[in-house]
Design a protein around this ligand. Structure first.
Ligand SMILES: *Cc1c(COP(=O)(O)O)cnc(C)c1O
Length: 368
């Protein structure tokens, strides 16, 4: 008997997440020195984590024979101060992706529907399918979440709504007003999850506390992988009502967040000056990339995050040609085939990406 015959049938059909390609792998495949590869594929912070966070991670190594604090209390207390909530309103995860999965474990059954936009972050769909629930995709005219359209797709079976704002891969976001009126109209059997992975890049991120005070079933998801520059450590968090967080805590593994990640995240949160510096550098890099696209007559989708969706023509081909030049970008799924997503890098990385795009454009136009 094959293992696959023993497996949960759902697993056999489960699509897998396609991550940005790693530097080492591309370097080896293309015969390029890893130092010459420019990875702009995973929306990482190109300036790295704050020095305080890196020092804290190094210090934590000395105690690595001990289990981490299973309740992540120190970080939750720090987050409580940062967000002006209480520590029992936070759950720490092995990346915010883990929290998305926990939400699935706690709330989803086979008869449930999960609503999100057709070009929303792909993990909502993956988790819905894994739990046997039904993903329902709302149209996104102009590649933006249209909350009025989404509202029309709500049924008795809708259990969860995910809204990433800013969204990955489109970079588009929704205003606080749009989000508040959408949530205030939701029936009581629906939980609204605002995925705020890129919230720190916004001038003003919606204040979910207002909705929490009104007793709405909302939660926020945040990560240390993006502006905080700790993607490799895997740490993120969710926040919401005490009642909701308690249920999520019940579903997680005892030591889901590791000690090094906890120490680094705690220090990173304290260094808001670094966050502000990265935000400003990102704005400049965004301008640099947009200006270059304008000069090349390449349309792009206005982005509120640290990446840009560029309409390049044949996205797959562009991805491969750029990769041969040492630039790792991100090809897009069905519906967005004409686009390529490029993360904002350092000024120099952006320069390299721009000249690679220039070289690739004629090849895209004239299929050899
Ligand atoms: C990157 C990203 C995440 C965060 O992933 P982690 O698991 O915290 O690394 C969550 N949501 C969106 C929309 C993202 O782009």
């Amino acid at each position: 008997m094959k293992f696959s015959q023993l497996a949960n049938p759902r697993i056999l059909e489960q699509p897998t997440y396609q991550p940005g390609r790693p530097i080492e792998e591309v370097a080896k495949e293309q015969g390029i020195d890893p130092g010459d590869i420019c990875k702009l594929a995973s929306n990482e912070n190109p300036w790295g984590a704050s020095k305080a966070a890196r020092d804290a991670a190094r210090d934590a190594l000395d105690d690595v024979h001990r289990y981490p604090d299973g309740s992540s209390l120190v970080l939750r207390e720090k987050l409580a101060k940062h967000h002006k909530l209480s520590p029992d309103q936070f759950i720490i995860g092995n990346g915010s992706n883990e929290i998305i999965e926990l939400i699935g474990h706690v709330f989803l059954n086979e008869e449930d529907e999960v609503l999100f936009g057709e070009y929303a972050f792909i993990v909502y769909k993956l988790v819905s399918l894994l739990m046997g629930a039904k993903p329902v995709c709302a149209p996104m005219p102009g590649l933006r979440h249209d909350l009025q359209q989404m509202k029309k797709l709500i049924t008795e079976r809708t259990k969860l709504v995910f809204l990433p704002s800013p969204n990955n891969p489109t970079g588009t976001s929704n205003t606080e007003d749009e989000i508040f009126s959408f949530v205030r109209d939701l029936p009581d059997h629906i939980i609204f999850c605002l995925d705020e992975a890129y919230a720190e890049y916004l001038e003003h991120s919606p204040d979910l506390r207002t909705l929490l005070q009104e007793g709405k079933k909302v939660m926020g998801l945040r990560t240390f992988s993006k502006i905080y520059g700790l993607a490799g450590l895997r740490i993120g968090y969710g926040y919401g009502s005490v009642e909701l967080i308690k249920l999520l805590q019940q579903a997680r593994q005892p030591f889901n967040a590791n000690a090094i990640a906890l120490a680094a995240a705690t220090a990173a949160l304290d260094d808001q000056a670094w966050v502000e510096e990265c935000r400003q550098k990102n704005n400049a890099g965004m301008q640099q990339l947009q200006d270059a696209c304008d000069q090349l007559n390449l349309p792009w989708i206005p982005s509120d995050a640290n990446f840009l969706l560029i309409k390049i023509g044949d996205g797959q081909k562009a991805f491969h040609e750029l990769q041969a030049l040492g630039v790792i970008a991100r090809p897009m799924p069905q519906g967005l085939e004409e686009y390529i997503r490029i993360s904002i890098g350092t000024t120099q990385e952006n320069e390299i990406a721009i000249s690679a795009i220039k070289k690739v454009l004629p090849i895209l136009k004239n299929p050899a």
